[in-house]
Design a protein around this ligand. Structure first.
Ligand code: G1P
Length: 291
């Protein structure tokens, strides 16, 4: 596997039930952290890693995602006429013009593995990235989590899952890996299991929503039966891939916010609010005064 990573898949067909009623008519990936929807942070992370094709696997209520990345003629004209040029730039710069956005509809929400399989006709047999937008990763000046993983891919030419240390009592929220250390931050995956209990968990390394996978994963996904929660799990297909190919677990540098969870989402909002160039100082003063 020596090919360049050009495509990223964004599964955005989940129902987002943890955020109801906010997600009744809107996808959870459109929830904003300060002033940008989660899906835009994810798309920007991919673009920073040199990815030029963004593949969104959408479901019902997802029309706002294509709209967000599409040209908004009326809005642009209004902003231009009102001389709001900075805001116009913000709208125009959402995605660079050379980046292609492709939308695939997942007919039913049958799990993350099934959503990824829906992208096969576009991805084909090449290594590609997967980004789960509700895992928001702030890696400071490291260039983005997927950039870090692409760098590792260029070095090792193997599939890679992004992992972080998780508390034992949270293992039933993650895919958890069994590993052997290879290098600083890099581990060889020996096994992977979806949402194990703390007793079953093979380690304290949980997979977060960043993957670089070989095209062979599609072959494995086609054979994967519904697993945890009755859904077709990407984790189970990765476990099957291990029989044929090496898979690495990479402990990325950065802080991950679980924005699929209300507490994680609020934490991200506070941290990104504090870092915001215009809003940060006033927001910090507000929080300090509040005590
Ligand atoms: C999914 C994956 C799981 C992974 C997690 C990261 O689970 O199935 O392996 O650890 O994302 O956020 P979900 O959060 O969709 O239940």
């Amino acid at each position: 596997m020596t090919r360049r990573i050009r495509k990223a898949v964004f599964p955005v067909a989940g129902l987002g039930t943890r955020f109801l009623p906010a997600t009744k008519a809107n996808p959870k990936e459109m929830l904003p952290v300060v002033d940008k929807p989660l899906i835009q942070y994810a798309a920007e992370e991919a673009v920073r890693a040199g990815i030029d094709t963004l593949v969104f696997v959408t479901g019902r209520n997802k029309r706002s995602i294509p709209d967000h990345f599409d040209k908004a003629y009326e809005l642009e004209t209004e902003l231009l006429e009102a001389d709001k040029l900075e805001r116009l730039e913000t709208v125009r710069e959402i995605i660079p013009p050379e980046v292609a956005c492709i939308y695939i509809r997942q007919p039913e929400a049958r799990g993350l593995g099934h959503a990824v399989l829906c992208a096969e006709p576009v991805v084909g047999n090449e290594p590609f990235a997967i980004i789960l937008a509700d895992d928001l990763i702030d890696d400071g000046d490291h260039g983005g989590c997927i950039s870090q993983m692409v760098e590792q891919f260029d070095r090792h030419h193997a599939s890679i899952v992004g992992v972080q240390r998780i508390p034992a009592e949270h293992s039933d929220r993650y895919g958890v890996v069994d590993v052997e250390p290879v290098d600083s931050r890099v581990n060889q995956v020996k096994g992977i299991i979806e949402k194990p209990s703390s007793q079953q968990a093979p380690s304290d390394l949980g997979v977060v929503g960043r993957y670089i996978l070989s095209g062979r994963i599609f072959e494995k996904l086609r054979e994967t039966q519904p697993g945890a929660g009755g859904e077709v799990q990407l984790t189970d297909a990765i476990a099957a891939l291990l029989a044929d190919e090496p898979v690495l677990a990479y402990e990325f540098a950065g802080t991950r916010y679980d924005c699929g969870d209300k507490l994680g989402y609020l934490q991200a909002t506070v941290e990104y609010g504090l870092q915001h160039p215009e809003l940060g100082p006033a927001f910090r003063r507000y929080l300090e005064q509040r005590g």
